[in-house]
Design a protein. Structure first.
Lengths: 423, 473
């Protein structure tokens, strides 16, 4: 209060002074601190007064400097824009996009092998060679490059014959069980120049599996975790019995946070790490990835996704986990100059699909229902290019009902999967 | 470059301001001009050439108008007058011609082709140069003012170019008239006090845009995403209210930011909004909404047509012209024309019957305005005529396929957006502006503004939903 009045009084005094000074000198840079050095004490005082009269400017400058200085400390949690710095840290400074891309392709294709391998091998060096080979093989060998889990298993079995000693447990446990495969269709990737993503060069297809056609009661013991699109399913697909935990803006990074997600039946936030330990679910549907498009990069996304799936598997050993593809965006919304585009979405989807094992983790891609031949979300079905109109969720529900999985995982329990025991 | 982007706030603005303050006063216009071109070029690397071209042509023609100047009052006959007329017609042709080609060509071609049944006129698919509607109007106002003699002596090239391209108002107004900045183009003082209060205003605008418009915009988006035609009447009205708030805070926020930036540069940019939602009639609403546009149409279209002085019928015809053009100015589509014509009807009815009475009333006028305005915004917002009919139907309880978005969602929306809606209502009244004027220099205002600034920055960082609605125009 008092200071404010004082400031105003001084201000008027200073104004007069400025006028006197600027007229002969033709310099209107009255408030520039740079002028200090040319001056006498009186001028110094004037600058002091000027600064005193602009507390907001000063406060902004100081806080900006502080934020600039501390942005490393705050890290990626609060300052998302720092994701770029993270990328640099992860992939080495100034890595060109192509290097990044191949890194990531290898990461998503070979990610699992590495885990399997490290589990088996005593030292890290030995398996590094076969792991890379496998990744290389998958990428070169077939048209559907990078066939995920099932193909890996094949190769592992092959390797068994060759007496390379790093898969036996898996093969034993599988016996004659039907294992779905998640196939990838590869295509010529486009050069991208973004720290957030690169073109995966492949599209993941819905895990092939003898799904059963179910009715609505299939969802009685289902939980859906997701973002605003899942909220749409909750609102308009008519799955009233299922439990929805979703919020606009939800990400894979936040889904298991204590802060939680909104439980749609009560409208209250629930901590999923608690809920998933207390309740028993038969199916858990996850669809997250849109709000991650401009956060971190695909490798980080995959790491976190894997962690979440492993965690859920631990808490819900009997549940079938569905990884649902993120729907593409419309042509209008697709913007390759930002990170908001279908190449990025596909990059995320392909990464998430690599977690499907065709046994108790499945990848479902509803995109073919809603996209045109170029993979854009049909403009007729959406207002904002991102979310479907309410009336189209029925189709999505049908799609989900056509992809029932008989829950037989319980018999074997966990531990038959490399990923499960990897923790 | 958006005002509400990190690149502008932490990149362009500080660098530009430092330069602007450091150079001697006589170079400031040049710095302003070049800086504005950089600002524009960052977003429109090609259309900046179009802007430069327009400026050069208009400047040339305006000089031609003043060539061998005989005072317009005395020399009413002969060459000078004809020359002036020629220059004016030419400049209007160039300005409106470019605007037509870039903004209305495809719409016109589509209409003609539709009527003809085949492609009689080629569709060009040109992108709309940012801000072309605004800077075209500004240049036209300059030419007409020169022609009329309102501007006595022609501006120098740099002041003229700086006036047109000045970055605070280049891409979304306010539509400034030259006489409003002429004095300050010649001589203006820049000092810390102006910097400070300009920065404060800028922050206020930023907050309006990022913390109110963007946030309430997601409600509108959510409701529209569910699909017009699926909505319960209450939800439809909620959506209309949300959009009304969004467009107001979006555009008002932008205008306040422009005023703030103008102040930092030493200019006075006119106010564009004066609590329009507190109006008691639609006529009053348009005296308070987008004031500089209304002024433009009044000065350069309505009055030259005779205004309201030539009888009721002529007045109505004049209003029809003005509002058809006002509608189309906002966008080249049928719904904008419809929107303009809706206002024509409302204003004509008001002028001839209950308008005066409404404006004197205490309560009914407000209710009347607040019920009508959201309906007009829906017409404005929904470009697809089928969807528009469906949405308006929903608002009045006409449901087609059935209600998919009903009470359950309404409750959720209210829970989620209730507080924000209340804040929006408060900021739609004149009181926050009054409070700000009263307490702008207090220390707690600094603290609040600092909070608003950093909260806005945070929201810009995490949110991807940050468009300016008025950039379409």
């Amino acid at each position: 209060m008092k200071s404010g009045k004082k400031a105003r009084r001084k201000e008027t005094g200073r104004e007069a002074e400025v006028q006197k000074h600027t007229q002969p000198q033709d310099s209107a840079a009255a408030g520039e601190p740079e002028r200090e050095k040319t001056t006498s004490r009186r001028r110094l005082e004037k600058v002091g007064e000027a600064l005193y009269n602009c507390p907001y400017l000063l406060a902004l400058l100081v806080t900006s400097a502080a934020v600039l200085f501390c942005s490393d400390e705050i890290g990626i949690r609060t300052v998302c824009a720092d994701a770029q710095a993270v990328v640099r840290r992860v992939s080495g400074a100034d890595a060109p996009a192509s290097v990044l891309a191949s890194d990531k392709a290898a990461a998503s294709a070979a990610g699992e092998e590495k885990i399997l391998v490290s589990e088996k091998a005593d030292d890290q060096e030995q398996p590094a060679v076969p792991a890379d080979n496998i990744a290389g093989d998958i990428l070169e060998e077939t048209e559907n490059a990078g066939e995920c889990k099932a193909e890996n298993n094949d190769i592992k079995e092959k390797n068994d014959f060759d007496n390379v000693s790093y898969t036996d447990k898996n093969a034993e446990n599988q016996e004659k069980e039907i294992i779905g495969t998640t196939e990838f269709v590869s295509y010529e990737p486009v050069e991208t120049d973004s720290p957030y993503y690169s073109d995966a060069g492949k599209v993941a297809l819905t895990t092939t599996y003898p799904y059963t056609k179910e009715n609505i009661s299939y969802f009685n013991d289902a939980a859906f975790l997701g973002d605003s699109r899942t909220l749409g399913i909750s609102d308009y697909a008519g799955l009233d019995e299922a439990d929805f935990y979703c919020d606009s803006g939800m990400t894979i990074f936040k889904i298991l946070d204590p802060e939680g997600a909104t439980y749609r039946k009560t409208g209250r936030k629930e901590d999923l790490s608690r809920v998933l330990q207390e309740k028993r679910y038969g199916k858990i549907y996850i669809m997250l990835g849109m709000n991650e498009l401009g956060y971190g990069n695909t490798a980080m996304y995959l790491d976190k996704y894997r962690e979440v799936v492993e965690q859920i598997r631990k808490w819900q050993p009997d549940a079938v986990i569905y990884i649902m593809a993120n729907l593409h965006v419309s042509k209008e919304k697709n913007n390759t100059e930002t990170e908001f585009n279908n190449i990025n979405i596909n990059d995320k989807n392909a990464a998430a699909a690599s977690l499907a094992n065709g046994k108790d983790i499945f990848y479902l891609d509803a995109n073919p229902l809603f996209t045109d031949e170029d993979g854009f979300l049909d403009a007729e079905l959406t207002f904002d290019g991102v979310h479907l109109y309410a009336q189209h969720y029925d189709r999505w529900r049908e799609f989900l009902m056509e992809h029932g999985v008989e829950n037989k995982v319980a018999q074997k329990g966990s531990g038959n999967d490399g990923r499960d025991t990897a923790e | 470059m958006l005002f509400s982007s990190l690149g502008f706030i932490f990149g362009f603005l500080p660098v530009f301001m430092a330069l602007y303050l450091l150079v001697p006063a006589k170079y400031r216009n040049i710095v302003l001009l070049l800086g504005s071109l950089v600002f524009y070029g960052a977003g429109e690397p090609y259309f900046v050439l179009l802007l430069v071209f327009s400026v050069l042509v208009n400047y040339g023609l305006s000089r031609y108008m003043f060539w061998e100047p005989a005072s317009p009052q005395k020399d009413r006959s002969g060459k000078a007058v004809r020359r002036r007329k020629r220059a004016l017609v030419l400049s209007l042709a160039v300005d409106f011609g470019l605007l037509f080609v870039f903004k209305y060509w495809d719409f016109t071609a589509g209409t003609i082709n539709g009527l003809a049944g085949h492609e009689a006129v080629p569709v060009l698919m040109l992108a709309l140069p940012l801000g072309i509607s605004f800077y075209t109007f500004q240049m036209v106002s300059y030419q007409i003012d020169c022609y009329r003699g309102t501007i006595r002596e022609p501006a120098g090239f740099v002041p003229f170019a700086a006036y047109v391209s000045m970055f605070p108002q280049l891409i979304a107004g306010p539509i400034v008239r030259y006489e409003e900045v002429a004095d300050r183009m010649r001589k203006r003082r820049v000092n810390v006090r102006k910097l400070e209060s300009g920065l404060k205003l800028f922050t206020v605008g930023l907050g309006l845009k990022v913390l109110l418009a963007n946030q309430i915009g997601t409600l509108w988006n959510t409701i529209m995403s569910a699909g017009a035609g699926n909505l319960h009447a209450a939800v439809a009205w909620l959506g209309a209210a949300a959009y009304s708030f969004q467009i107001y805070f979006d555009f008002w926020g932008y205008s306040v930011m422009a005023m703030g930036l103008g102040k930092m540069l030493g200019f006075r940019i006119p106010q564009n909004f004066d609590s329009p939602y507190a109006s008691r009639s639609i006529s009053e609403f348009w005296r308070r909404w987008h004031i500089t546009l209304g002024r433009w149409f009044r000065e350069y279209v309505y009055f030259p047509l005779g205004g309201s002085r030539r009888g009721r019928l002529r007045t109505a015809a004049n209003l029809l012209v003005v509002w058809a053009f006002t509608g189309l100015w906002h966008g080249a589509d049928w719904n904008f024309l419809l929107w303009g014509l809706l206002f024509f009807v409302l204003l004509t009815v008001e002028k001839n019957s209950y308008g005066r009475w409404m404006e004197r009333s205490k309560v009914i006028g407000h209710i009347y305005t607040l019920l009508l305005i959201p309906v007009t915004w829906v017409v404005f917002a929904v470009t697809d005529l089928g969807q528009l009919t469906a949405y308006l139907g929903n608002m009045f309880g006409i449901y087609g396929a059935g209600v998919l978005v009903g009470m359950q969602q309404l409750v959720r929306y209210l829970k989620e957006y209730g507080v924000l809606l209340i804040v929006c209502c408060l900021f739609a009244t004149p009181y926050p502006a009054k409070l700000y004027r009263k307490f702008a220099d207090r220390w707690f205002t600094v603290v609040i503004l600092l909070g608003i600034f950093w909260f806005s920055v945070h929201e810009i960082m995490v949110g991807s939903n940050n468009p300016f609605l008025y950039f379409r125009f």
